[in-house]
Design a binder for this molecule. Structure first.
Ligand SMILES: C[S@@+](CC[C@H](N)C(=O)[O-])C[C@H]1O[C@@H](n2cnc3c(N)ncnc32)[C@H](O)[C@@H]1O
Length: 222
């Protein structure tokens, strides 16, 4: 269930939800319901919900063959959004699911037009933790290039569109490094910076201005 191949490229569905994505909407998830976090991934998403005080069912079972809990709160595989939304229509139980905002333009979402679907719009883009075969790829910058909505059904939100005002996402502290050449750079960019023209020019200039040390004459033995 991790990733799958098409003829021309590989699609990965393993975008794991960070804790703050659930913390952001805590006030809209009732505490007295059993949550089915229906798509397992690495299992952390269910743990985050449990840590927030919810009763959660989070097992690696097939979503299409099960019907668990009172409400579904999950981040399903985006590549199966049509099938997932159609299955949710059949299940007809309350849900909050994360999908790219662009999905609202699809034909299958039109099936929901009479169902009073509601959406929560996050304050800032959610950055998922991408996994490929269980590992975060080395070059993955943890920055998504798409926006998501929380699509909600029977969750009795105060309005059909809820705009989140606050984002619980922890602020990323970027470690800065002040180079001797005068540039302020990211700690992680140090190596690349040392290869820049500006830095090399500075080093060349520095070498020229440092006078070579005079050779010490050895005192002759008497
Ligand atoms: C976008 S990831 C999110 C995982 C987790 N819910 C989270 O929020 O971190 C979706 C996961 O659904 C799994 N998946 C795919 N098809 C599934 C199915 N039919 N039933 C259950 N899980 C499935 C994939 O393996 C993938 O890890």
């Amino acid at each position: 269930m991790a990733g799958f191949h098409t003829k021309t490229f590989m699609v990965h569905d393993d975008y794991m939800t960070p804790a703050y994505a659930w913390e952001n909407i805590e006030e809209y998830i009732p505490k007295d319901k059993i949550i089915w976090e229906a798509f397992y991934g690495d299992g952390k998403s269910g743990t985050y919900l449990e840590e927030m005080g919810y009763s959660v069912i989070h097992e690696p079972v097939d979503f299409f063959e099960n019907d668990l809990g009172d409400i579904i709160v999950s981040n399903p595989p985006f590549s199966q959004s049509k099938e997932v939304m159609n299955r949710l229509l059949i299940l007809d139980k309350p849900f909050i699911v994360l999908f790219p905002s662009s999905k609202i333009n699809t034909q299958y979402f039109r099936e929901w037009r009479t169902k009073n679907i509601q959406i929560i719009i996050p304050r800032a883009r959610i950055h998922f933790d991408k996994k490929v075969e269980g590992e975060t790829p080395e070059d993955y910058k943890s920055s998504c290039n798409f926006d998501c909505f929380y699509y909600c059904y029977k969750m009795n939100l105060p309005s059909d569109i809820v705009w989140l005002e606050e984002d619980k996402k922890p602020k990323v502290v970027v470690k800065k490094y002040k180079c001797e050449c005068g540039s302020e750079i990211r700690e992680s960019n140090k190596e690349k910076h040392f290869e820049t023209k500006k830095h090399k020019k500075f080093i060349e200039k520095k070498k020229k201005t440092i006078k070579p040390k005079k050779k010490l004459k050895l005192a002759s033995k008497k």
